[in-house]
Design a protein around this ligand. Structure first.
Ligand SMILES: NC(=O)c1ccc[n+]([C@@H]2O[C@H](COP(=O)([O-])OP(=O)(O)OC[C@H]3O[C@@H](n4cnc5c(N)ncnc54)[C@H](OP(=O)(O)O)[C@@H]3O)[C@@H](O)[C@H]2O)c1
Length: 485
């Protein structure tokens, strides 16, 4: 993560007319230019199948996209579009389309006097990117006059075999050091801060183990349903959409050992070790669910089966709870509970560390002195921050305790937090792979969950607006209970 000078480069976005480009990548590029991080450093060539766009009409499309993202197009913004944005169609991806793309890249590099550094960002639908990667390789664009990097969006495969095959096909053309697999959760400041929080604070790292921790809970709750993604989601489900990638990243960052240095491969090595130590998931410790009609934030919502694009007899899970263990020296015997769902009461991503109870013999003579174990709650969204819950004595006799909280909110300390995509785009441009998922990491993660995809546990209904099926309660750590004296 050492800061490096960003070299001038061309970023080619294949799928540059899609939703990701419109809502995330373009606004992030514009903000980074305004802030100076990418000012004068990058020229953008968007590409898609459409042949109806040219540079001018694409720039108009981009201006509208930026305005829709709340970025007023002043003279400077408009000039940026004219100066930096270009469009080239790849039609239906024939070899000659890629020869044309290559010529356009070389032309732009001459025109903008770029040194030949290139980023190919795959913003195409998941099934389409591998063909594009192969066409780029066949057209000789896997190496250029400068460095060449390829960015791949999640999801990466749909099970272990498909992930292995994708890796093998990419590696025929690109070396692992050139590949940036995105899990945008890793771009969130609060997720990155997990490492600093643990390793820069003796206070926490010294209790981050099975001697002091009773259980760890990771929750990714969404209040939304599947929206317009019904057809896509119905073939995917919560296990693939959230657990295999985002939640597993949070798990490995929470549980990993201290890396030998704060650098990409050292950190990724430690994350992979966590995945290798994760015990095979016991199907009896998994509860899947699917939402039925209900109310979320007071508004009535339809059941999953009534969503557009969802098969009427679908058994796709919209909720997953898993209780698992990490079989290593630090975590042996500590349950890790992962829970995610759609149409839960609120949007909330939290990691909760439940500490063990203290030795309570000294309070035995005080019948009213109930003690609760300490809890550290790390909130990743919304309202990012930390809450450390601890016990204090209530004033006046008899001896009574009360739980209070030390609270830190990221936004109060740092009002100008970057968007995840801003962080990730800068990292790709700098050649820093720390926040990107390595080939072995993605395969280990699929290895853990693929058995659950084949031997499907029962899917229980849960009412929209609740915290999921009642059957999952038995997997959760006890909450609010006093320590036994
Ligand atoms: N949208 C998001 O907020 C979001 C967030 C996280 C991750 N992602 C990931 O980002 C990727 C893109 O998602 P999206 O929502 O932007 O999709 P999208 O709106 O459907 O856009 C897809 C883009 O890819 C192009 N395209 C489609 N099929 C192609 C093919 N066979 N060959 C070449 N280009 C093709 C389309 O070009 P034409 O229009 O010219 O056909 C369009 O520019 C997906 O992997 C998705 O999972 C998206």
């Amino acid at each position: 993560m050492a800061e490096q000078e960003i070299e001038r480069h061309l970023m080619v976005v294949i799928g540059g007319t899609g939703d990701l480009m419109r809502r995330k990548l373009l606004p992030a590029m514009r903000r980074l230019t305004e802030r100076g991080a990418l000012h004068g450093k990058v020229v953008l060539l968007a590409s898609g199948r459409r042949t109806t766009f040219d540079d001018e009409s694409y720039r108009e499309w981009a201006r509208e996209a930026l305005e829709a993202a709340g970025m007023p197009i002043d003279v400077e913004g408009s000039n940026w579009c004219d100066r930096c944005l270009h469009y080239q169609s790849v039609g239906d991806q024939q070899p000659e389309d890629f020869e044309r793309l290559k010529r356009r890249i070389e032309e732009l590099e001459r025109e903008h006097e770029l040194p030949g550094n290139r980023i190919f960002y795959m913003a195409t639908p998941p099934g389409a990117f591998i063909d594009t990667v192969e066409r780029l390789g066949e057209a000789g664009m896997n190496e250029g006059p400068g460095w060449t990097r390829v960015v791949i969006e999640k999801p990466f495969g749909h099970d272990l075999d498909s992930a292995r095959e994708l890796n093998a096909r990419i590696h025929r053309h690109f070396r692992e050091e050139q590949i940036y697999r995105i899990d945008h959760y890793l771009g969130k400041e609060t997720v990155q801060n997990l490492l600093t929080f643990r390793f820069a604070n003796m206070l926490f790292e010294s209790v981050w183990n099975r001697d002091r921790v009773a259980s760890v809970e990771i929750l990714v709750a969404e209040d939304i349903g599947v929206g317009r993604r019904g057809e896509f989601y119905d073939g995917v489900g919560a296990l693939r959409d959230v657990v295999q990638n985002h939640m597993t990243q949070l798990l490995s960052l929470t549980a990993m050992e201290i890396p030998v240095e704060f650098a990409a491969d050292a950190i990724r090595d430690e994350k992979v070790k966590v995945l290798r130590s994760l015990a095979p998931i016991d199907p009896s410790q998994v509860v899947l669910g699917q939402y039925t009609a209900g109310k979320v934030a007071g508004e009535p919502v339809v059941s999953y089966l009534d969503e557009d694009g969802v098969a009427e007899d679908s058994t796709t899970e919209t909720y997953v709870a898993i209780r698992t263990h990490i079989s290593n020296w630090r975590w042996q015997g500590v349950p890790f509970v992962l829970r995610t769902g759609k149409r839960l009461p609120q949007k909330l991503t939290q990691i909760t560390i439940h500490f063990r109870c203290p030795a309570l013999a000294i309070f035995q003579a005080h019948a009213q002195a109930t003690v609760h174990a300490n809890t550290l709650i790390i909130t990743l969204q919304p309202d990012e921050g930390f809450d450390l819950q601890f016990e204090v004595k209530q004033p006046h006799a008899p001896l009574r305790l009360q739980t209070h909280s030390l609270r830190f909110r990221y936004e109060e300390a740092f009002p100008d937090l970057p968007e995840a995509y801003e962080t990730l785009l800068v990292d790709v441009a700098q050649g820093d792979q720390t926040l990107f998922v390595r080939a072995d990491e993605v395969e280990h993660s699929w290895r853990i969950y693929t058995p659950l995809l084949t031997a499907r546990p029962q899917v229980y209904p849960y009412e929209a607006g609740t915290m999921g099926p009642a059957e999952a309660e038995r997997l959760l750590p006890p909450r609010g209970e006093a320590c036994p004296i």
